[in-house]
Design a protein around this ligand. Structure first.
Ligand code: A3P
Length: 922
């Protein structure tokens, strides 16, 4: 019981006792005893509140970082690839992250591909009560909503998206999805969210039972909003001993100090202003399971019926915690939109608490504010002496809240003292006090690197350095940024090469990866040893230099600072690098104003630990928090105007395929590729010295080299000619569908489904012919029957032999990215025995013209036992090999092994409305 509740409970008794009519020796004694008990209780309660409430839960595993970041070793593409984790290592690592792999297997991939929270998360101590043998659910949230198109759905998505928590949104009226994974029954959700508490209560009984049982068994909680839109003023839930009064207009807000949920929230801070909207819900409960979380006060001008609400100051409970005394399920209900900043804070702490610390963000906030273009700016809006001094002064102020804070200035020496005389003095002043700040290098004349050749680029960098030496500017060498982020993403190799070779740059930042909007989906990556981390904007652009110029004026800027956009960036972004410009520090000194006030506000209302570090250390922190971002996910610059603006002109968007044969291996991919190559309007990728007719970009280390490498495999576009590629290992590679979809979202995907046991045997024979040491030492049966106790190399070979044939698993993964109508399934049996039919169907699917009659191009070769091209002849002897039939024991084993996978494939194909391959029918 909280101190406040205790006082409420005891006050009536005390009043009666102090009535003069009732005095007696016994009563005097009782009064003394009561005062003593009260005092003791207050002491105990306040003491318990001072107990250290948090503990470090997880130690991050940073092994995956390509450490050390020695630029010299990382220069060549080959070294670059070698320095990165293999896909297998990455998969293993992500698995160890307990659920961070979920983006790769979640249903909504591509839309909600946000990975789990921070490995540094600190959680309230009482969560240690969760039994240690209980499996930890995936770091994923299931949001159940009344109407999927309601604005609140977007708000909830943003709330979780900004914290990088993976979520799935479903209409509550739809069937409940499976709550445990098919593979190993592990629990799939760490939290359930309802956009309306009432819709949780009114779920059909059987459905609610499943959800409730899951929640109470796995100790997973429910977070709900209360919505008044469809209900009257008061809803009474007598069974629950809960009353909700809607449509309230409120003022003031404070948190209940005795609640155990607070991490970000700071109960000692009291908000004394009006609350937005007239749509708040207020909770009144008459059961000890309910604990108030946040209080407010009825607004003076509220015109509803006051009989049912407590009109005393902070008498309205606007967020309530049901600790689960009735149903063993912890629930938190918030009485208004989670987008309102104080509710956002309650929501953040609620999700950590209700998920037993499985979800949420660290409390650390690393802050860096870059002044991107020192000395660059139009005459009339540049810094004067007073502005330079104000920068130094505001830095001092911010340092009191953010220890060690310094503005980080990027300069272009070529523009030094190019303004009017007062501005020239301002530039000079910056040089005089240069030691106070951190300086990084820009281009000398503020040029955009993607427009320069390598020599010019290096010259510009050298000139800027000479300027810095002449002016004695203390320049940091390992962090650089370019004008307009040119060359950073989309990556321009000349820039990275110059940075790494000339300067030893190890980190930079951009707002452009993978794209500018939405800002919370910006991510980081490492390329050529340079850590690229995402930037935030504070909405002070080069043309916004006075309060008037800020959209909505000073009032809007203050809203942004006090709970609005800028505040939320602090709330949700553990590593922040803001972009500002020199002119934002001149004129009305908007940048100084914004950062002084926002840091003050954050410190007043949250427990966030704002701090700073040198840029390289901040970048390292970023990748420690988000190690699965090391490898970039390449996108096509031509799909996004903003990227096209910094994409070198000589690069072309034509060097990408229209369709891709993705495998799997040993299903007839070479035959299909060869037959397509014979078509006059189809052109295959160029032969690769290492991979012959394949490219193998998306599935291995070539991917880290970047899209220039991939594009080299394709020619300039020819009118009427479609380019394609085939890499048979793409199909079953865990990363390829996501990567391919990011780069080639419109490509058509061709998959061959051959009888999986036959495919496995063909693969074994293929390895034998290449004298693979493992298969040379083991029979086919020994390979496929190996178990977990077999030697590692044998188990690995078994997996490589059998896994690609588990078609339903892999196909489902492709379908998470590509729409079904972009995927063509070839019946491997038909390709063997009736390729003419296959080729005819495929031509229609890819819509190639002219349509060629393959009847004239293919003929059956009796000796080869396969179809061959009339003109070019048969495939090489390595395709369509002669070998003994599979032994009966292996055949039986494989039949059993593939039976469940084939059953899944049958269901999947039926769901897709696709015909079943002949071999699947038997
Ligand atoms: P085998 O060599 O085991 O018979 P891939 O090209 O994907 O590696 O697949 C090779 C398989 O393609 C061969 O396996 C063969 O069965 C099949 N195939 C299908 N049509 C073929 C053709 N026209 N010529 C040769 N092999 C063909």
């Amino acid at each position: 019981m909280s101190t406040r509740r205790f006082m409420v409970w005891i006050t009536p008794g005390l009043t009666r006792m102090f009535s003069p009519k009732r005095w007696s020796v016994v009563k005097v004694f009782s009064v003394i005893l009561t005062i003593f008990i009260t005092w003791a209780t207050i002491l105990v309660l306040s003491g318990s509140e001072t107990i250290h409430r948090f503990r470090i839960r997880l130690i991050p595993n940073t092994d995956i970082l390509p450490a050390p970041l020695n630029h010299k070793d990382l220069m060549s593409s080959k070294n670059l690839a070698a320095s990165l984790p293999t896909d297998d290592e990455l998969v293993q690592h992500l698995r160890n992250q307990n659920g961070a792999l979920d983006p790769y297997i979640s249903d909504k991939l591509g839309i909600n591909r946000i990975s789990g929270g921070s490995p540094y998360l600190e959680v309230p101590d009482m969560m240690a009560e969760v039994p240690s043998d209980l499996p930890t659910p995936y770091k994923k949230v299931l949001i159940l909503v009344e109407d999927t198109s309601a604005p609140l759905v977007l708000t909830l998505g943003q709330f979780f998206g900004q914290q990088r928590i993976d979520y799935k949104t479903l209409a509550n009226k739809a069937e409940l999805p499976r709550l445990t994974s098919v593979e190993d029954n592990s629990p799939k959700y760490s939290l359930f969210v309802f956009d309306d508490f009432v819709s949780y209560l009114s779920m059909p009984e059987s459905k609610k039972r499943v959800l409730d049982e899951y929640c109470s068994y796995y100790r997973v909680g429910i977070l709900a909003m209360s919505q008044s839109a469809r209900s009257g003023e008061i809803e009474l839930f007598s069974d629950l001993k809960l009353k909700i009064q809607h449509r309230m207009k409120l003022q003031h807000y404070k948190l209940e100090p005795s609640s155990p949920i607070w991490r970000v929230g700071k109960p000692e801070a009291v908000y004394q202003d009006q609350l937005p909207s007239q749509d708040w819900s207020v909770f009144t409960a008459s059961h000890p399971t309910y604990r108030p979380l946040a209080y407010s006060t009825v607004a003076a001008d509220w015109d509803g019926t006051k009989t049912d609400v407590n009109v005393t100051k902070f008498g309205c409970v606007v967020a309530i915690h049901d600790i689960g005394m009735m149903d063993k399920i912890q629930k938190i209900i918030i009485g208004y939109d989670i987008n309102f900043w104080l509710n956002s804070i309650v929501g953040m702490d609620a999700i950590t608490f209700l998920s037993n610390g499985n979800l949420g963000l660290t409390l650390d906030r690393y802050v860096q504010v870059d002044v991107d273009d020192m000395f660059v700016g139009k005459t009339g809006i540049r810094t004067h002496i007073k502005d330079a001094d104000a920068m130094a002064a505001s830095q001092e102020k911010i340092r009191k809240i953010v220890p060690g804070f310094r503005w980080v200035l990027g300069f272009s020496g070529g523009s030094f003292q190019t303004g009017n005389p007062e501005e020239a003095k301002g530039d000079q002043r910056m040089i005089e006090i240069a030691d106070k700040f951190i300086w990084f290098d820009h281009m000398y004349k503020h040029e955009q690197p993607h427009l320069l050749n390598a020599t010019h680029l290096r010259q510009s960098m050298a000139s800027n350095m000479e300027f810095a030496q002449e002016k004695k500017i203390p320049v940091m060498r390992d962090y650089m940024v370019t004008p307009h982020h040119s060359g950073i993403y989309p990556v321009v190799d000349t820039l990275y090469d110059a940075w790494v070779e000339e300067r030893g740059v190890t980190c930079t930042s951009t707002e452009e990866y993978p794209r500018y909007v939405p800002h919370w989906e910006r991510r980081g990556f490492i390329y050529k040893g340079v850590m690229v981390i995402p930037r935030q904007t504070c909405r002070l652009f080069t043309h916004i230099n006075t309060f008037e110029e800020y959209q909505g004026g000073k009032e809007e800027l203050d809203i942004s600072i006090k709970g609005g956009y800028l505040f939320k960036v602090f709330l949700y972004t553990p590593v922040m690098i803001f972009m500002t410009h020199m002119s934002n520090y001149a004129n009305d000194q908007l940048a100084q104003y914004s950062f002084e006030h926002v840091t003050e506000f954050v410190a007043q209302y949250t427990n966030l630990r704002m701090q700073t570090l040198p840029p390289v250390e901040i970048a390292k922190k970023y990748f420690q928090l988000y190690p699965d971002e090391v490898l970039p996910i390449w996108t096509n610059p031509c799909d996004y105007n903003k990227h096209m603006e910094t994409w070198p002109k000589e690069k072309s968007c034509d060097h990408f395929p229209s369709f891709v044969i993705v495998g799997p291996q040993k299903t007839g991919t070479t035959a299909l590729h060869t037959f397509l190559e014979a078509h006059p309007a189809l052109k295959s990728s160029k032969k690769d010295p290492q991979y012959f007719e394949e490219v193998q970009f998306f599935n291995n280390k070539n991917y880290a080299i970047g899209i220039d490498w991939y594009m080299k495999h394709f020619d300039d576009a020819e009118k009427g000619v479609m380019q394609f590629e085939k890499s048979a290992n793409y199909f079953d590679n865990e990363f390829t569908p996501q990567r391919m979809f990011a780069l080639l979202p419109n490509a058509k995907i061709v998959v061959i489904l051959a009888e999986p046991a036959r495919r496995a045997y063909s693969w074994y024979q293929h390895l034998r012919s290449h004298e693979d040491p493992t298969v040379m030492n083991y029979t086919f049966y020994e390979v496929v029957s190996s178990t977990e106790n077999s030697p590692r190399h044998l188990r690995d070979t078994r997996n490589r032999c059998l896994k690609p044939g588990e078609y339903a698993t892999h196909l489902s993964r492709w379908l998470k990215f590509y729409p079904r109508n972009q995927i063509f399934l070839v019946d491997g049996d038909q390709l063997n025995k009736d390729p003419i039919m296959t080729m005819n169907k495929l031509q229609k699917f890819i819509a190639v013209t002219p349509y060629i009659d393959y009847y004239k191009m293919l003929r059956f070769d009796k000796e080869k036992g396969f179809y061959c091209l009339v003109e070019q002849g048969c495939l090489s002897p390595s395709k369509g090999r002669k070998y003994n039939p599979m032994d009966a024991e292996s055949s039986r084993l494989l039949k059993n092994h593939y039976a469940p996978h084939n059953a899944q494939l049958r269901t999947l194909l039926t769901d897709l409305g696709r015909p079943h391959p002949r071999w699947l029918m038997t």
